[in-house]
Design a protein around this ligand. Sequence first.
Ligand code: ARG
Length: 468
Amino acid sequence: MTKKEKEVNPLWGGRFTKGTGDLAQSFSASVDIDKNLFEVDIKGSIAYAEILKAAKILTAKDLAKIKKGLNKILSEIEQDKFTWDPRLEDVHMNIESRLVEISGAAAKKLHTGRSRNDQVATDLRLFLMERIDEILKTITALQKSIVNQADKNFDVLMPGFTHLQIAQPVTLGHHLMAWNEMLTRDYSRLIDAKKRLNVMPLGSAALSGTRFNIDRELLAKKLGFNEISRNSMDAVSDRDFVLELASVLSIIGIHLSRVCEEIIIWASSQYDYLELSDEVCTGSSIMPQKKNPDMAELIRGGASKTIANLMGLLSLMKNLPLTYNRDMQEDKAYIFDSLDFSENSLALLKIVIDGMKPNIEKMKQDCFKGQITATDLADYLVEKNMPFRQAHSVVGKIVAFAETKNKQIFELDLKELKKFSKLIEDDVSSYLDPAITINSRNQIGGTAPSQVKKEISLSKKLLAKRKL
Ligand code: ARG
């Protein structure tokens, strides 16, 4: 064999006289990233070999050799004894060439009726389904922590904000349960994405299907897929499932980022709404007093990767003609990065939330600022039969008056209030006290502590029922 012949890829190099150039070889190698798929690739090959045996393409002996070889490769990889060779491009060809070394001629039959195009699509779907399950578990764990904190603080008074301005009193429990709602939607979006992932492309071969008698239904069963793809061309070129998952992960990313933004604001000395545990903060190399909320900041900042990855994937897929195009190899770096970020930051946020100590006194104090019960005063007038628009305007005038006196509306005396409307009587005081008015928001979804408590127990039940 001449040197040139040696360089040709043994798995596809039949028609080539020259090997791939060095730069082209390193440029096209994806094994550094796609080796993450090794477990599902081996699982897929074992199931495929069994089906090839049923189709009489492999003998029982071949099958045994292939299975033994694949299991040996699995343990080599797990024990870090496997040599990944970038010249063999990707995980699939690395494993197949090693299999030929171990199992000999039988291994050369394994790729019958299969292409890397349907192989990689199958591997990726299996891999993503497993990773989704891991993320579902971390979401549930995080939600449990949030709901526990909400339970401890279900009636703790704090200002609710719009435009980051004090708006109306709420409870800390209610605010925390809002975070819980976001994550409940994220959870259900992941479950939805999993439904469309659960389709097996294997048997589509390169693009047109296979002539061999492959029992695709049985193969799908063996691999744990619910359905099989119905169009071989679509099956090898579809990456909607990656786009969809990346999109769900970017929504999770922005949720985590928004939650962390609030934590960062609350932990500031201006707000002083909570103290974070030392284990999720860092100090400053110059300012000895500093305790910075770095983990929350890194989650907030890192979430931008999930958006960037989604954009990368969308632009990768845009304009691609059917069917497989090598461009698609780039999909893995994006989606793996989003998965890693999501899983780590969900787990980290749980630690942040478990360790945070709310400053109940400061939150309460702030409920006596910002004319926080102005809406309640308007509601009071409505209950005395004044049309709401008129009540809004009357209270607006009361607020303006109070502010000229540098007072809150609850500090005005009845005489002063009466000047704005005769409807105002003694009983108004309970509408001006945030600790009392809070109880009036007692429709489903409202912030009355009794409602918050109900939602907490409902969520606890739902979370306890989850399998993941
Ligand atoms: N490494 C490739 C990928 O991830 C596998 C499929 C390659 N197929 C091909 N015909 N070159 O997309």
